[in-house]
Design a protein around this ligand. Structure first.
Ligand code: FAD
Length: 369
């Protein structure tokens, strides 16, 4: 199979780069060690017909016209604007936290519990809310999610949420386009990679000598694995998923995702009910419902890596690997695992678009969206 670019990983990063390079006449080969395309956005069907996002719930959202037009080439979307609840003291409460909840729980004259420049995530959260509210919604959830006390996490993690003065229940109200692919993410990824040679079930790191040296190797797997972990392992959190089909119940919870922040309610961090994430007219015809509990752990197997660990030690280790990668002009390590960074799907696509354009510019090539 003749190719100039070898792309390791068929997730959004690898697939976007593969599509853009192919559209502009370059020859690429994509490899993935999984038995399916699409990396972590893959989905599959339960026997009841309910569609499950294999690696956790994926809500697509973007405000970028360019990214929206790009993904719409491969799928239509049905509107879906995630609205999440937290199960707190026996009630479903809005997540992110509603200011009306704080007034109800603490009183009209509530005050935040930290002032000044936060040096860790706990202080950053207390700068937004009173201690009592932090303990109910944030402390347990993040202790379960990261396996450490939130005071050991970077303050920048606070960017993932806020306190809603207007009680808007939507998770991401500011994004212009929000939805889920009508026929699922797996079909979207098939379409994105249509006509592009792909080899599945191939671990590049185990079989690299079987492939001719490309003009450029674009590797979207874990950066520490690429270098044989020789500077040490980057820490990730992954999630075990426990699925349960309830044949006698058509709906079990008020929305697709219910967070479980209180320690006394079990080790899982959230419960998903997938039917909420399907087109309503289709979901209503399905008998029963599937619930999935997610329990976080620290995996050794890179296949289970999900969230990069938000602390300085890991960031510094990543920087040392990235510095090494930058010395090889024929190597590009990118994507959520390659850059050790949490990218939302639109951010992963946007970043991949930029990288593909810079590869093409260096080739003297062009791409028209
Ligand atoms: C639990 C969870 C929930 C999320 N929910 C959302 C959401 O709601 N909204 C949103 O916008 N984003 C969400 N995301 C982010 C989204 O999953 C990422 O943006 C996206 O997966 C990034 O794609 P990627 O191609 O960089 O990485 P990946 O999808 O991980 O793709 C990397 C691919 O490389 C392959 N690979 C790795 N090493 C090798 C090797 N040695 N040989 C061959 N193949 C290899 C892997 O098998 C994989 O297929 C979520 C992420 C997680 C973890």
């Amino acid at each position: 199979m003749p190719y100039d670019f070898l792309i390791v990983g068929s997730g959004l990063t690898g697939a976007t780069i593969a599509r853009i390079l192919t559209d502009s006449g370059q020859k690429v080969l994509v490899l993935d060690r999984r038995p399916h395309l699409g990396g972590n956005v893959h989905d599959h069907h339960h026997e009841s017909g309910i569609r499950i996002h294999t690696y956790g719930p994926h809500y697509f959202r973007t405000s970028s016209e360019e990214i929206w037009q790009f993904v719409k080439r491969f799928t239509s979307f049905y509107p879906y604007c995630a609205a999440i609840k937290s199960w707190v003291d026996g009630s479903y409460e809005n997540w992110p936290i509603a200011a009306s909840y704080i007034r109800r729980a603490i009183g009209e004259d509530w005050k935040v519990s930290f002032e000044g420049v936060p040096s860790n995530f706990e202080e950053a959260a207390l700068k937004l809310m009173p201690l009592k509210v932090y303990e109910k919604f944030i402390k347990g959830y993040n202790t379960k999610q990261w396996g450490v006390n939130p005071s050991q996490l970077a303050p920048t993690l606070i960017k993932r949420f806020d306190v809603r003065a207007d009680d808007d229940p939507r998770l991401m109200p500011h994004h212009k386009y929000q939805g889920i692919p009508s026929d699922g993410y797996a079909k979207m990824m098939e379409k994105m990679l249509e006509g592009i040679p792909v080899m599945l079930n191939v671990d590049y790191l185990k079989h690299s000598s079987a492939f001719k040296t490309p003009k450029k190797l674009i590797y979207t797997g874990p950066i520490d694995a690429y270098f044989g972990f020789d500077l040490g392992r980057l820490h990730y959190r992954g999630q075990q998923r426990i699925h349960e089909y309830l044949p006698e119940k058509d709906w079990a919870q008020p929305c697709g995702q219910v967070n479980n922040p209180q320690m006394e309610n079990g080790p899982h961090i959230r419960t998903l009910e997938w039917k909420h994430m399907m087109p309503p007219e289709y979901a209503q015809q399905i008998k029963g419902t599937v619930l999935t509990q997610e329990i976080t752990h620290s995996p050794d197997d890179p296949e289970q890596y999900e969230y990069p660990f938000p602390d300085r030690t890991n960031q510094e280790l990543y920087n040392r690997y990235a510095q090494r990668a930058s010395l090889d002009a024929n190597l590009l390590i990118c994507g959520r695992l390659g850059e050790y960074r949490y990218y939302d799907m639109d951010q992963a696509i946007g970043r991949a678009m930029k990288l593909a354009m810079s590869i093409l510019n260096n080739q003297g090539g062009q791409w028209n969206a």
